[in-house]
Design a protein around this ligand. Structure first.
Ligand SMILES: Nc1ncnc2c1ncn2[C@@H]1O[C@H](COP(=O)(O)OP(=O)(O)OP(=O)(O)O)[C@@H](O)[C@H]1O
Length: 252
């Protein structure tokens, strides 16, 4: 199994309004192998989303490196960056944010195909196929984001993310805004997509039970640092750091 994503010493310092520095991500290093599902857990504010935004280059790191498929992309720009990020897609807690409220769901899903010149008939065929893979009927392509439920919108956001055939999906609390039944359905969908498409995941989630059922390996983040790493069983049954013990106690 090859290494798909390798992060070394990744650091982000935010400058507060009063000019004090806030170390949101503090020299974080880890990797995700091809086909592997890595969970990232930690309390609110510990830096999980900032780390995801650094990896996807939505924000620039203060220090550290990002390698994707062996290629350093920390400072890639323009076409090189777009090509690299064909392999990585992000799914957020609020799926509606992935769609333009004035455009149909089908328009949103097919956007990347339009950008790469895929002919219209093929775009429509593939959009319907992606909707089907994510448990939605073709009719959803004609609906607007405000005409579907949160769970349906998260399915559509997954279809949109899959449209460019990524290798890595970064899910940032992708099920947290959904009620428990719908959350369970989205988790089942993620599990089947993982199997069918041999996707790798960085699964950011504060719910240890979900992480346990889905992830091969778990990283525990506290105050910007990775404080522990292991299989879900190791983390839950024999947590090493005080913080992880506290996290496990609170969850089970
Ligand atoms: N653009 C920004 N400017 C300044 N500080 C920021 C910025 N973005 C995040 N932070 C700070 O960095 C820290 C980490 O935030 P982050 O959103 O990464 O946490 P998180 O672990 O994802 O939390 P949650 O689980 O609540 O989403 C927080 O203290 C936050 O206030």
């Amino acid at each position: 199994m090859g290494v798909l994503l390798k992060i070394e010493g990744l650091t982000k310092i935010f400058l507060e309004e009063d000019k004090t520095e806030h170390m949101a991500v503090d020299h974080v290093s880890f990797h995700v192998d091809d086909g592997e599902t890595v969970g990232l857990v930690g309390e609110s504010g510990c830096g999980k989303s900032t780390l995801a935004k650094l990896i996807t280059r939505l924000i620039e790191p203060t220090a550290g490196t990002i390698h994707l498929n062996g290629k350093e992309i920390t400072k890639s720009r323009g076409k090189e960056l777009r090509e690299a990020y064909q392999q990585v897609q992000m799914v957020f807690q609020s799926p509606a944010g992935s769609f333009d409220p004035r455009k149909t769901i089908g328009h949103g899903i097919s956007e990347s195909m339009r950008n790469n010149g895929t002919p219209k008939a093929e775009r429509m065929r593939r959009t319907e196929e992606l909707l089907g893979q994510c448990g939605l009927s073709p009719e959803y392509a004609r609906r607007y984001p405000y005409e579907i439920s949160g769970g349906q919108c998260q399915r559509a956001a997954l279809a949109r993310a899959l449209a460019i055939r990524p290798k890595l999906l970064i899910c940032d609390e992708a099920t947290s805004a959904l009620d428990v039944t719908i959350q369970q359905q989205i988790m089942e969908l993620l599990k089947s997509l993982k199997q069918e498409k041999q996707l790798s995941f960085l699964f950011i989630c504060h719910n240890l039970a979900l992480v346990q059922s889905f992830c091969d390996r778990v990283l525990v983040m506290y105050e910007g640092k990775i404080v522990e790493e292991g299989t879900p069983e190791q983390i839950i049954q024999s947590p090493q750091s005080e913080y992880t013990k506290h996290l496990v106690d609170a969850a089970f």
